[in-house]
Ligand binder design. Structure first.
Ligand code: 6R9
Length: 638
């Protein structure tokens, strides 16, 4: 039996049991067998959730880039590590071998050092999905600098907030970026952001779109000439197990984004282990995760997890709709992708386009399909299963968070039988539990409650940068001595988990606790509906009533909206019950979304409350323009 690579269900249960009964032995064996260390640990785990403080592999020394690059050179030097697929399909793809990656990372690391970056310094990376993004992260890790990647689509304001919070000494960026038919002036955004950031001394600029930009004397430097002069060799800095590897910001329900801090050894061990199992990666496979590296999904499952396994990982610069909505499938065919990992929002957008664009392409290489980021509704699950996997590639609906660092609850493909909309079973080492509102643990099956994790796992975030108190309050105060996820979940009759959505989305209508997620699922069942979002608004009698924002399919024919409203409420009555009927239904062209596809309910709630005076920073949205049109449309519902 191998603890590292699970191959059938019986083995999963054995491995899982061991991981719970003897967690330290379990992780120690994996760490011993599958990684290289400069020095082994003195203690596998020490933890105290009251402080909270968690340490994995204390006393160990290592460098994550030696595990992701150097150790593969002897056996996989000429294997493609990063397969870069440009925005423009006519531009050739770039195959970066492990040997080339070694040289590029060393050169970059040497440039960072020459520019005065030292172990522990923070470096902000604001780079589009081009190889320099992954290379610069690895270069930071190689010299022990802490990277803080900010999604290169965020506004100057969002960028400056993050740079200042982490007190970054350097920003790495590019002249601009391609996004479908558009170009974005990234350097201009950086210039605006830096008006408010006195901590930044140096800006390194990669050339991507050859635009005319201004370089600030003494601060801004073109990257390529520096790289050209740098040595392709270099020793990796020796890091302690608990030294921070990176900071990644995630938005809270209120206030400042939270800079989640991930540390070195535990993050490496868990992302590598979970990658191997969640995707059943085999040596010759080509793996593709469509996320942007600016999100945790990209950090863990484009860069660190795959490279720690010596995998070939695709990095796609563009968007699913360019040059047309068949682009994803064209790339799968072109590179014979074996594992494909994307988000429900992308699946729904592509499903809306019909199957003609799918059928043009040979997708027979696909062995595993993944979903992450939000609950996947039944319709999308079946579309993905039928049309992309041809019912031959299991779907792993993987639940996890920026804070958890790696996949927590997910089927293991070809091992765990899947069930639509269920994330199924916890990964080895992960001990989920459900609690009711009073904090009582709900034992047994067929229960639903708040999802908590009761035992530490190696890749959990250790703190919020500069604000440990907030870390404690957000994650360890709702329930005694447990990590609280903020999500609700149910456990079915066989112990499978289904994530039902954020519990902050619970609305109390006439004394009934209604989760918005199941009502949205019901609305989405209506054949005319693409997507919906439900929020509460104050009601004289019921306390709260429900307000639904609904996107309709574009069928070309006009339908009577009042009839549609009746039909939608009929579907809700059938699926959830009459208590969940919507008082107001506003048809809209779009819903405000974060870049990772999550609906910004905070904004919708304010609009439903008729309080649009202070909507907060909407510039980080994927589609800020939609907010105005929803406010306009809402005027008909007063
Ligand atoms: C990896 C990532 C975390 C939140 C999480 C939950 C939602 C993610 C999900 C899912 C249902 C899944 N979420 N995966 N909900 N099923 N398979 O997305 O991290 O951006 O921090 O978001 O996303 O609500 O709490 P992050």
């Amino acid at each position: 039996m191998s603890n590292y690579h699970i191959k059938h269900l019986e083995e999963y249960f054995q491995v899982y049991r061991k991981s719970v009964r003897e967690p330290e032995n379990f992780w120690e064996e994996i760490a011993e067998e599958h990684f290289i260390w400069r020095k082994k640990w003195d203690k596998v785990l020490s933890w105290d959730f009251t402080k909270p403080e968690v340490k994995w592999f204390e006393g160990a020394q290592l460098n994550i880039t030696e595990n992701c690059i150097d150790r593969h050179l002897a056996t996989r030097g000429d294997k493609t590590a990063i397969l870069f697929e440009p925005n423009n399909p006519d531009e050739p793809a770039e195959h970066i071998t492990y040997k080339q990656l070694y040289e590029r990372v060393n050169k970059f690391a040497n440039v960072l050092k020459a520019q005065g970056i030292k172990k522990g310094d923070r470096v902000c990376i604001y780079v589009p999905m081009i190889p320099e993004l992954a290379v610069s992260m690895l270069a930071c890790a190689r010299i022990g600098a802490i990277h803080s990647v900010v999604f290169a689509g965020f506004s100057a304001k969002a960028l400056s907030t993050r740079i200042n919070d982490a007190e970054c000494k350097m920003v790495i960026t590019s002249d601009g970026s391609y996004r479908g038919a558009k170009t974005i002036d990234l350097k201009g955004i950086v210039d605006d952001a830096l008006e408010n950031c006195s901590c930044v001394e140096t800006v390194l600029v990669a050339k991507r779109i050859n635009s005319d930009i201004t370089m600030k004397e003494g601060r801004d430097k073109w990257l390529q000439p520096l790289l050209d002069k740098a040595s392709p060799k270099g020793k990796a800095e020796v890091m302690n197990a608990e030294d921070p590897l990176f900071i990644l910001y995630t938005s809270g329900s209120t206030g400042m984004p939270k800079g989640m801090v991930h540390t070195t050894a535990g993050y490496m061990v868990y992302t590598a282990f979970s990658f191997k199992n969640a995707f059943q990666y085999r040596e010759k496979d080509v793996y593709w995760c469509t996320a942007d590296i600016g999100w945790i999904t990209g950090h863990s499952y484009i860069v660190y997890g795959p490279l720690a396994n010596g995998a070939t990982t695709v990095m796609f610069e563009g968007v699913p709709s360019y040059p047309d909505f068949g682009r994803f499938w064209q790339i799968v065919e072109k590179h014979k992708v074996n594992q494909f990992y994307t988000a429900p929002t992308a699946i729904r957008a592509l499903a809306k386009q019909g199957v003609e664009l799918v059928e043009k392409h040979d997708l027979s290489s696909l062995k595993v399909l993944g979903s992450v980021g939000e609950p996947i509704n039944e319709e999308a699950w079946h579309w993905y299963n039928d049309n992309i996997g041809k019912r031959n590639a299991p779907i792993i609906d993987s639940w996890w968070q920026t804070e958890t660092g790696g996949i927590m609850i997910s089927p293991i493909p070809y091992v765990t039988p899947t069930k639509p909309t269920y994330a199924t079973l916890p990964f080895p080492g992960i001990q989920p539990c459900l609690r009711d509102e009073e904090g009582k643990e709900l034992k047994g099956n067929q229960v639903s409650g708040r999802l908590c994790i009761k035992f530490p796992w190696p890749s959990m975030a250790r703190t919020i940068w500069g604000n440990h108190q907030r870390y404690k309050e957000t994650y360890f105060s709702a329930f005694d001595e447990m990590y609280f996820t903020g999500d609700g979940a149910l456990r079915d009759e066989v112990g499978y988990y289904r994530i039902t959505g954020r519990v902050d989305d619970v609305i109390i209508v006439s004394g009934h606790n209604l989760g918005t997620a199941p009502i949205e699922d019901a609305v989405n069942e209506h054949p005319a509906v693409v997507e919906s979002a439900i929020v509460g608004f104050p009601h004289d009698v019921k306390g709260n009533a429900l307000y639904g924002y609904v996107i309709l399919k574009d069928t070309g024919e006009s339908r009577n909206h009042d009839n549609l409203r009746k039909e939608i409420n009929q579907v809700i009555t059938e699926h959830v019950g009459p208590i969940a009927k919507l008082d107001k239904i506003q048809f809209t062209e779009g819903l405000p979304k974060t870049r990772s596809g999550k609906i910004m309910r905070r904004i919708l709630r304010k609009i439903a409350h008729n309080d649009t005076s202070n909507l907060g920073d909407t510039s980080t949205l994927l589609n800020p323009e939609v907010v105005e049109s929803i406010i306009e449309g809402a005027k008909d519902y007063k």
